[in-house]
Every structure is written in C-alpha cells, then in structure tokens.
Design a protein around this ligand. Structure first.
Ligand SMILES: NC(=O)c1ccc[n+]([C@@H]2O[C@H](COP(=O)([O-])OP(=O)(O)OC[C@H]3O[C@@H](n4cnc5c(N)ncnc54)[C@H](O)[C@@H]3O)[C@@H](O)[C@H]2O)c1
Length: 305
C-alpha cells in the first residue's frame, strides 16, 4: 500500500470506528459483551475495598481468581467469599512494589493456577497531604504502589498473554488521573502516570498488531471503601464499591478502553479540555471539588507514613 493510500484508509477508519462506537452505544450490553467465564483473573489489592468487590463480580461471571494483597487476612476473607460462588481462588501475600516479589510469585501462580488472562492492577494508596507536607519517602511510596508496580505486574503476565494471543489488562486509575485535586499532588501524578502507561501500551499493542490483547483504564470518583474517608464534594455523592465493580466488569466485557465512573463525568472531562483554566477552577468551586479533601482522614493504617 502506498503512503497516500495508508493515510486515506487511516482517516476513513477514524470515522468508521467513531460511527461504530455511536451505534454500539445503543446496543444492549448483553448483546455486545464478550464471555469471560473460565478466564483466570488476577486482582492486586484484593483484600479489601474495590479489589474485593471486583474479584467477587468476576467470580459471579464464572472466572477463577488469583488474589494478591500485602494483607493476608483480608485476602483470605475475599478468597472464602469467592469459593462460596463455586469457582477457584488462589491467594498470595505480595508487596507489588517489589519487582523481585512480583516475578517470583507470578512464576508460582503459573505453576499453581495456570495462565492469567485478565490482570486488574488495583492496589493503591493515598497520603492526602499538601505538597509541602509530603515527605520524599511518602511521594516515592505512592508512585511505587500506584504506578511502578503496574510495570512489574504487566511485565510478569503480558508475555503469556502474547504467547496465547489472548488477554486483557485493566488499570484502576481515578478521576484524579484526569484532573488535579488539592492535597492530592502525588496521588494525581501517580494516577495520571498509570493512565499514561496504559494509553501508551494500547498504542504499542496496536502497532504490533495485537488485536486480541485489550486494555481498560477505570477512572472512578470517590468510593466508600475507607481509603478516602472524609473526602467529599458538595454536589456529587460518593460511590459504592459494588457499583464501581459492576462497571469494571461491564467495561472489560465490552472491551472499553477508558471509563469514567459515574459515566456523566465523560461530559465534564470533555468540557475540561475545552474550557479555559479559570473556568475549570470555578467549576471546582461550584461543585465543592476545591475543598473535597479538606475533611479527609483516610484509613489511618493505610495512610503512607
Ligand atoms: N476509594 C476511592 O475513593 C477511590 C477512588 C478512585 C480510585 N480508587 C482506586 O481504587 C483502587 C482500590 O482502592 P480502594 O478504595 O479499594 O482502597 P483499599 O485501601 O480499600 O484497598 C487497597 C488494597 O490494596 C492493598 N495494597 C496496598 N499496598 C499494597 C502493596 N504494596 N502490595 C499489595 N497490595 C497492596 C491494600 O492492602 C488493600 O487491600 C486504588 O488503586 C485506588 O487508588 C479509589
């Protein structure tokens, strides 16, 4: 194909996929969702909150689960709930910030459970302090858990997905990975980075013609898990973990690449790109977003020291 023909077909494809996505928007989920029963799903940070809820939803769809967490107790509780649903759950105590631990345990997982075909990078932490109060060690820890660990986990599991020509990589980012927030400079930066990693990886997989390895980035608003205790805005209600988990599963089954939860935040996100910066700040004031972290206490045991 000539360079001109490549350019023309490329632009035609832009419009084709745009129209396709508008048509698919009106197609019921049950008609467009892929079957994920029998998949082996790894969830990091599965011992509580969104990780637990997401693992349970995957179990309800007939998936077997590999559960990773730094906390054994929470992880075992999640595993017991999953086994009640009649599927398998394999638990591992892993600190995902250690690349050595990730590679070592990934090898064990392959031996014990087989090839992981869906990975959910969910483990995350928050400090909730203004930039001058953040200690260097704390900033590095947030980056270690919220983004660098994603590299180690992807590097551990992607090769088998490529070999099998089948897989799905999911990242739990945040709305804080698409827009700034006071007292969350480190957290926002790490979540933007996690989103950037997946955006680039999606293009890289496309460049290599890997049509059967999918990527999904999930960007939720505050969730009532305890991680963001005290954080709130004036007009938006915090979300329930089960609702977000259901959205995660639907997004994976429909091969969505970027999902903001709740969905109407897609409109605000597009407006943010178009609006002048002072209007964006005024919108923060109007919605209570400016002070959303003012009463943050977090879950003390989970706060970065
Ligand atoms: N809670 C919210 O309001 C909210 C909003 C948007 C995005 N998120 C994101 O959702 C994800 C889940 O958050 P959550 O609210 O369920 O929090 P959570 O604190 O309930 O769960 C996080 C889990 O990760 C585990 N974990 C922490 N560090 C780890 C490490 N080094 N190695 C292995 N496991 C580790 C914890 O033990 C815990 O079980 C996070 O990535 C978070 O940033 C949360």
């Amino acid at each position: 194909m000539t360079e001109l023909a490549k350019t023309v077909t490329g632009f035609l494809a832009v419009f084709y996929y745009w129209i396709e996505s508008i048509v698919l928007f009106f197609v019921p989920v049950r008609l467009k969702a892929k079957d994920i029963s029998g998949e082996l799903v790894l969830v990091t940070g599965a011992g509580s909150g969104l990780g637990r809820s997401t693992a349970l939803k995957f179990a309800e769809k007939g998936c077997n689960l590999v559960l990773w967490d730094i906390s054994t107790k929470g992880n075992e509780e999640t595993a017991a709930m999953i086994r009640e649903k009649g599927v398998k759950a394999y638990t591992y105590e892993v600190d995902v910030t250690s690349s050595e631990a990730v590679y070592e345990v990934a090898a064990k997982v392959k031996k014990d459970a087989g090839i992981v075909t869906i990975v959910v990078n969910n483990a995350g932490i928050v400090a909730g302090k203004s930039i001058l109060d953040l200690e260097e060690k704390s900033i590095r820890k947030v980056f270690d858990v919220n983004v660098l660990a994603h590299f180690w986990v992807i590097k551990a599991f992607l090769p088998d997905m490529l070999e099998k020509d089948h897989g799905h990589l999911v990242t739990i980012s945040s709305l804080a990975g698409l827009g700034g927030s006071a007292r969350l400079t480190d957290y926002c930066a790490s979540k933007f980075a996690a989103h950037g990693l997946m955006d680039a990886l999606q293009v890289e997989l496309h460049a290599e013609g890997r049509k059967n390895i999918h990527t999904t980035v999930i960007c939720p608003f505050f969730i009532n898990t305890g991680m963001f205790n005290g954080a709130t805005t004036r007009i938006f209600s915090n979300l329930e973990p089960d609702f977000v988990a259901e959205e995660v599963i639907t997004s994976v089954m429909c091969n969505k690449s970027l999902v903001l939860i709740p969905r109407f935040f897609h409109i605000l996100y597009q407006l943010k790109i178009l609006m002048p910066a002072r209007s964006v700040l005024a919108l923060h004031d109007a919605t209570g977003g400016t002070d959303s972290m003012a009463k943050f206490t977090g879950r003390n045991s989970k706060k970065v020291q």
